[in-house]
Design a protein around this ligand. Structure first.
Ligand code: GLA
Length: 399
């Protein structure tokens, strides 16, 4: 073996022996706050096309969503139809006649970022070709197209090991040389919060798919659990706060705000909970035709600032009884964001104590209501208020 080949072989061995992600890798610097964007699945499922995605990117700019921080425009399942003779993934030529590169260029020309979807197994969840065995080939293709974000699903994975599969696609993405956010979509089955950061995942789904309803788990089909209402997902995430942080987030799934299955009060609660959970804020509605109420929820900058707080701490539930809850998120600089949540059928008074915030009782603090955009009275010891059924009061508390 020539010395050059020996060095290459040694390098290859080193790469194989260190599959996990280094602190200084390109991917370790991505998504330092929870990613914000839009994804096609919740509203459009397989009905995706380049015209629709282009008009959605335009709407993201025109509606003020971009200005509020939304950035990634992500095509979910069904953009792909097969592989060519060389194994390259092929986009649907009817629905994407100009090709994915041209679409990504257009999205970039609007100052936005572009995301795409594939799957760790042989087929995607909608039965399109998956990434298995093509990870490095696909990663190079995505990089050449200008992909900035990859959602990687978990259908048709039979006996695959989740951690190894996601480590593999992350290594492939990094080898492409392009910084690409990796969204692990494994539904929480193999507890990705325990290994997602280590393999360079920037976010990982914690549950099965969200459905556009306030609460209630439903089996997909007998024996196959589950789709989740907004409250059920919040319940599942309540214990996972210690795993989230800058660059690596628990993902309670994409937003349903504006899709019609909840009241505006419930959508406000859904959005507030996602913000206190430091969740990726990926809108899933039709941005081209939002009612003003929906627009005002999705672009509430004070609530978004809680989600995007640079300290990157996920909020915790510090109190619950049958129908009332208190959630607290520590913010950079020592302030707290608080949600008082009423899960019950009638209005009730809910309060947070300074003890629950980790503050001394006598400390005086300003309270600001993030939905009314209004400073409330200074107070100490506790803050309580009437909360409507299925609603929240969301405040920041600033000593
Ligand atoms: C799974 C994912 C969804 C969506 C669909 C697409 O169900 O969890 O978010 O991507 O697949 O087929």
């Amino acid at each position: 073996m020539s010395s050059k080949r020996a060095v290459l072989a040694l390098l290859a061995l080193t790469l194989v022996a260190t599959p996990l992600i280094a602190e200084d890798s390109i991917s370790a610097k991505l998504a330092l706050t929870p990613p914000m964007g839009w994804n096609s699945w919740n509203k459009f499922a397989c009905n995706v096309s380049e015209d629709m995605i282009k008009s959605m990117a335009e709407a993201m700019v025109k509606s003020g969503m971009k200005e509020a921080g939304y950035q990634y425009v992500v095509i979910d399942d069904c953009w792909q139809v097969n592989r060519d003779a060389a194994g390259n993934i092929v986009a649907d030529p009817q629905r994407f006649p100009s090709g994915i590169k041209s679409l990504a260029d257009y999205v970039h020309s609007l100052g936005l970022k572009f995301g795409i979807y594939s799957d760790a197994g042989s087929k995607t969840c909608a039965g399109r070709p998956g990434g298995l065995g093509h990870e490095y080939q696909d990663a190079l293709q995505y990089a050449a197209w200008g992909v900035d974000y990859l959602k990687y699903d978990w259908c048709s994975t039979t006996t695959q090991d989740a951690k190894a599969s996601y480590a593999n696609i992350r290594a492939a993405l990094d080898a492409s040389g392009r910084p690409i956010v990796l969204s692990i979509c494994e539904w929480g089955k193999a507890q990705p919060w325990l290994w997602g950061k280590e393999v360079g995942g920037n976010l990982w789904r914690t549950t099965g798919d969200i459905q556009d309803r306030w609460r209630g788990k439903k089996e997909w089909k007998p024996g196959d659990c589950c789709s989740y209402g907004a409250l059920d997902i919040a319940d599942e995430e309540a214990g996972l706060y210690s795993y989230a942080g800058p660059g690596h987030w628990n993902d309670p799934d994409m937003l349903e705000v504006g899709n019609g299955g909840m009241t505006d009060v419930e959508y406000r609660s859904h959005f507030s909970l996602w913000a206190i959970l430091a969740a990726p804020l990926i809108a899933g509605n039709d941005l081209r035709s939002m009612r003003p109420e929906i627009h005002d929820i999705l672009t509430n900058k004070e609530v978004i600032a809680i989600d995007q707080d640079p300290l990157g701490m996920q909020g915790r539930r510090v109190f619950r009884n049958e129908t009332g809850e208190v959630w607290v998120k520590q913010l950079k600089g020592g302030n707290r964001a608080v949600i008082l949540l009423n899960r019950g059928a009638s209005e009730q008074s809910i309060s947070v104590t300074w003890e629950q915030l980790g503050y001394p009782d006598q400390l005086t603090a300003n309270v600001r209501d993030l939905w009314q955009h209004k400073d409330l009275a200074k107070t100490s010891g506790k803050f309580g208020v009437a909360v409507p059924s299925h609603g929240v009061v969301m405040v920041t508390i600033k000593p």
